[in-house]
Design a protein around this ligand. Structure first.
Ligand SMILES: Nc1ncnc2c1ncn2[C@@H]1O[C@H](COP(=O)(O)OP(=O)(O)OP(=O)(O)O)[C@@H](O)[C@H]1O
Length: 327
């Protein structure tokens, strides 16, 4: 890590500490995330290597998309530390919202959601599930554009190279999709689009939509807010470990979402309610959401200025992230 001069600490979370740093060779400002290791059964650092490789591989797959933070390098050092070096972006949306202290107007929320959905669509096309989308994991750059970060919980969708079973305690509680709260281990990319629905609501309201205190309280809030949307008729429902919970049997009023966002346009509400469909099979994917009139309508001022590089391969790949790891 001698190539990097450590500046101030900019973040700390479950998986590591993030520092702002200067690349001594180029002068560029970067963000260096030092992954935490040393958990039980990690005497040789193998778990840390695995975590580093998974996070780096998912970031590397999405590299070059304008709405995903750019990975510059991944390292292990002799002292058992593991580091990811990324472009330095700026504060998180969570910080920006706290400082701003008021909701975003609909046109701004649409511009920001277009960027997030475009990043999610690209990552899902590549088979990457983020599994921890939330305002803390979305960064705002100097132009006010958004970049998704923290791929610490991400993985490749099953069926590709990664055959490990899915786990359900993923995604921070307030942004966790109902099927995850019900214990599903057969979910898909729509766990990310649920989280994006929660983020959209938060941008528009200026406060979290579903700030649950426990898993069961969270599920209760979900059902009370968006209704159960015939969740129990969903073909996968009976296989869910918590399908028998009394919370699922209780009758619920229809969705209250419209009352909560009375001034949102019909086209905006169409996207919000589509992302927050309780039943995963009725929930919009990122690609579907981007095709809704809120985004495609010619009257949308930003409709003809997509920022997306999605579609082709984005930019040159890092010269093999695994090769860059120094043990
Ligand atoms: N590339 C970056 N540029 C600027 N700030 C960053 C960057 N990457 C991370 N940060 C800051 O560091 C914080 C923590 O980073 P990150 O979410 O990757 O760590 P974590 O340990 O996984 O956190 P958590 O447990 O909260 O999910 C972010 O919320 C953000 O404020």
């Amino acid at each position: 890590m001698e190539h990097y001069e450590r500046l101030e600490k900019i973040g700390e979370g479950a998986s590591g500490v993030v520092y702002k740093a200067r690349d001594r060779r180029t002068g560029a400002t970067v963000a260096v995330k030092r992954l935490r290791g040393g958990g039980l059964g990690d005497h040789d650092g193998s778990r840390l290597s695995e975590d580093l490789l998974r996070e780096a591989a998912c970031l590397e797959a999405c590299r070059g998309h304008p709405s995903v933070v750019e990975l510059r390098a991944a390292h292990r050092d002799g002292a058992g530390g593991a580091f990811l070096v990324m472009e330095y972006v700026g504060p998180s949306v969570a910080q920006v919202m706290r400082e701003r202290g008021r909701p975003f107007p609909e046109a701004d929320a649409r511009r920001l959601m277009r960027q997030l959905l475009d990043g999610a669509r690209a990552m899902h096309d590549l088979g990457v599930l983020h599994r921890d989308l939330k305002p803390d994991n979305v960064l705002v750059d100097a132009h006010g554009d958004l970049k998704i970060c923290d791929f610490g919980m991400s993985r490749f969708a099953a069926g590709g190279a990664d055959t490990a079973p899915y786990t359900s305690p993923v995604v921070t509680l307030w942004y966790r999709a109902p099927e995850l709260l019900l214990g599903s281990t057969e979910y898909d990319a729509r766990v990310d689009t649920w989280a994006l629905g929660c983020i959209m609501a938060e941008l528009l309201a200026g406060a979290p939509l579903l700030p649950g205190r426990s898993e069961m309280d969270q599920l209760n809030r979900v059902f009370d807010t968006v209704g159960t949307d015939d969740m129990t008729d969903w073909p996968g429902f009976c296989r869910l470990p918590r399908a028998g919970s009394p919370l699922c049997q209780r009758s619920r009023p229809p969705s209250r979402l419209r009352e909560m966002f009375p001034s949102l346009s019909a086209a905006g509400f169409d996207v919000l309610s589509g992302l927050l469909a309780c039943r995963p099979d009725r929930r919009l994917t990122a690609a579907e959401a981007l095709r809704r009139p809120w985004f495609t309508d010619a009257e949308s001022p930003d409709a003809d200025q997509p920022r997306s590089a999605c579609g082709g391969r984005f930019t040159e790949r890092v010269g093999g992230v695994a090769d860059a790891i120094v043990v």
